[in-house]
Structures are given as C-alpha cells and as structure tokens.
Design a protein around this ligand. Sequence first.
Ligand SMILES: CC(=O)SCCNC(=O)CCNC(=O)[C@H](O)C(C)(C)COP(=O)(O)OP(=O)(O)OC[C@H]1O[C@@H](n2cnc3c(N)ncnc32)[C@H](O)[C@@H]1OP(=O)(O)O
Ligand SMILES: O=C([O-])CC(=O)C(=O)O
Length: 371
Amino acid sequence: MTTSKGLEGVIVAETDISSIVGDQLTYVGYTIDDLAENALFEEVVFLLWHKRLPKQDELTEFSEKLFSAMTISDDIFNHLEMMVKNEATPMDVLRTAVSLLGVYDTQNNYTDETINFERAIYLQGQMAAIITTYSRLRENQELVTPKKTYTYAENFLHMLNGTDITPLESEAFNKALVLHADHELNASTFTSRVCVATLSDLYSGMTSAIGALKGPLHGGANEQVINMLMEIQEVDQAIPYIKEKIANKEKIMGMGHRVYKSGDPRAKHLKDMSKKLTSKVGQEKWYQMSEKIESYIKEHKGLPANVDFYSASVYHSMGIKHDLFTPIFAMSRTSGWVAHMLEQYRNNRLIRPRAEYVGPTDQSYKPIHER
Ligand SMILES: CC(=O)SCCNC(=O)CCNC(=O)[C@H](O)C(C)(C)COP(=O)(O)OP(=O)(O)OC[C@H]1O[C@@H](n2cnc3c(N)ncnc32)[C@H](O)[C@@H]1OP(=O)(O)O
Ligand SMILES: O=C([O-])CC(=O)C(=O)O
C-alpha cells in the first residue's frame, strides 16, 4: 500500500467538467480566459451542468428560473432571523440554511436527475437569497427583491446593497463568479462527491462542501487576505510585515496552490479588476500592497498568488463586507459542486480509500483499576 499525504497527485475520478493542465484551466474545454472575458455567470452555470453553452432561448428560460429561485421563503427567513440574533457567522449561516432547504424538500428521490436539475437551480438561486437576506437582516435593512432585467451577478449586488449596479461593478462581479465557478477536484468539491457517493442527497453534499470551503486553507483564505491587508494598512509596511510572517514560519494567505506551481490563471483577471476598482474608489493602496506581497513571495518563496489573493481587494473595493467574501465564493462554486455531484450520481461508486495503521499493536485490555 502506498500513501500520499493530502492525496497529492492521486487521480480518483474521471470528469468532463473542468480540467487543469499546467497553468491552464478550462471548463468543458473553454479556457477560463475566454469565459472570464465573454461569458455571463449564468451561461457558465448552464455550461457546467449541460456541457454546452446555451442558445438564447435556453439562456432566457434558465435565467428566468434562476430569478424565480432568488426569493427567500418565510420558513428560511424565520430561521435566518434567529441566526442573526445569535450573531452566527455568515459561513455557518449559509451551511445551516442550505441544510434547512433540504429539510423543506420532502421529495426523497435523491438521485433522480430531472428533479436534481430543478433542485440545482433552486440551490443556485437560494445561495444569493440567503446571503443577501442574512446580510440585510443583520444591518436592520429592508429586503430588496431581485429585478428581472438584471443578471445573476447584478441581482446579487442589488439584493445586497439595494442600489442600481454600475457597468464596472457588473463586469467585475460577473467575472469573479465565472472565475470561481469550478476547479476540478478541490477539497470542497471532493467533499461533495464523497458525500453523494453514499447516495446521499444534494443538500447534504452542499452542506458538507460549504463546511470544507470555509477553512482558511481553502475558500476561507479570501477573508484572511483582506484581514492581512487591513493589518498592514500602509504600502511601505507590506514587505516588513511579510518578512516577519515568514520568519515566524507563518503562511501568507492567498499564496501557494496544491496544483498550480507557476501561476493560477484566474489570479491575473482578478488582479486587473483589483487595479481598476481600487483606482475607481481612490484606494489604490490595497492593490499596490497586494502587488508588493505577490512579487516578494514569488521571488523569495517561489509561490504564486491564487484565486483568493486579488479577489479580496476586488470585493473590498466594491464595499462588500469582509465576512461575505467566502459565502460569495460558495455561491459561485455551487455551480461546480452541483455539476460534480450530478456527475458522481451518473457513474457512482462509493468513495472509500484506505489508511495505513501506524498505532500500537498487540495491546490487551486491562481492567480500569490496573491502568
Ligand atoms: C481556492 C483555494 O482553495 S486556493 C488556496 C487558498 N489557501 C491559501 O491561500 C492558504 C495559503 N496557502 C497554503 O496554505 C498552501 O499553499 C495550500 C493549502 C494552498 C496548498 O497546500 P499544499 O499543497 O499542501 O502545500 P504545503 O502547505 O505542504 O506547502 C508546501 C511548502 O510551501 C510552503 N507554503 C505553501 N503555501 C505557503 C504560503 N501561503 N505561505 C508561506 N509558505 C507556504 C509550506 O510552508 C511548505 O514549506 P515546507 O516544505 O518548507 O514545509
Ligand atoms: O483547487 C484547489 O485546490 C483550490 C482552488 O483553487 C479552488 O477550489 O478554486
């Protein structure tokens, strides 16, 4: 038996959803650059679920269904109110609320693909509804209903802030959602597949995936990055701060990746958006600081910036609360999680690896008074 700590390099599934080759990421054969520049997030969701881009009438129908799924039910609203009172953190709220969606879905046919496509749209819409409702409730703000003329990205921002959306905000947020949509067998996607490989349901897979994404070594890194930038505060403090972290053997959040060794192809798009947005709001320092950290870590540790690094200054300059960064990642990644869970159901086998036992052997039970 061979072991690979952290399953590094182990191939455990075949997929036709996304692929990483060198520093190239593709969704169903389309490069991430192509999609980030040209596609709407909802087109990408359709692509990941149906393995082809939608025609206009299909996109219209799909967007209408998503729009209809963006309204919160009274039941979930009541639970969210309770969670606000308990000052629960947004990722915990999201995980719990998605689990509750499962409680209110009384159809038991977990692996029925037709019903799962309906559930998928519902989940994708509800992610936006849950995050924005929770955010507005905790700020004591009235809820904002989505607009039919808005895209998914625009509606999220509209429901979050209650404002009209500028073209730059729309472009940046749509791009961020496209870039985070899927990423082969990352930890949370793998978690979702392990869960449904027992023939459990989509809500359970999503709940497990949200839990896995929350950790700071995965999706939780984007919030850690902004916390770091806030601690640094001034551009000339960036390098001394980073040097001290490295001297203390601490990790620099948003840097490094299990698969990409030379560069994460998503980071350059977010870097561009960070530059544009920070300059638009007159807060270039967050971009400048990030750029200094990126160059220093690349030069001294050989590590590239990952997707979580520049998304932090992008979301911050859009005025988004820092603890919503990881929930937004989860909202986008719902598209990928669902695609992978559906793929798992279609060609399922229980996922059950082995562990090498390294503990003591030949022990024999002693009565408690003899230990
Ligand atoms: C969406 C995403 O999930 S992207 C990843 C988001 N996570 C982060 O940004 C957290 C910071 N980065 C990390 O912790 C790691 O790079 C991971 C978790 C992304 C990848 O982890 P692994 O492939 O297991 O690499 P591992 O943690 O073993 O690191 C290998 C070496 O690089 C070092 N290293 C890796 N990342 C970093 C970092 N961000 N800062 C400093 N050193 C690092 C490790 O200390 C280790 O050094 P050593 O061999 O001297 O002990
Ligand atoms: O693939 C990974 O390990 C992490 C990652 O970048 C992602 O989930 O987007």
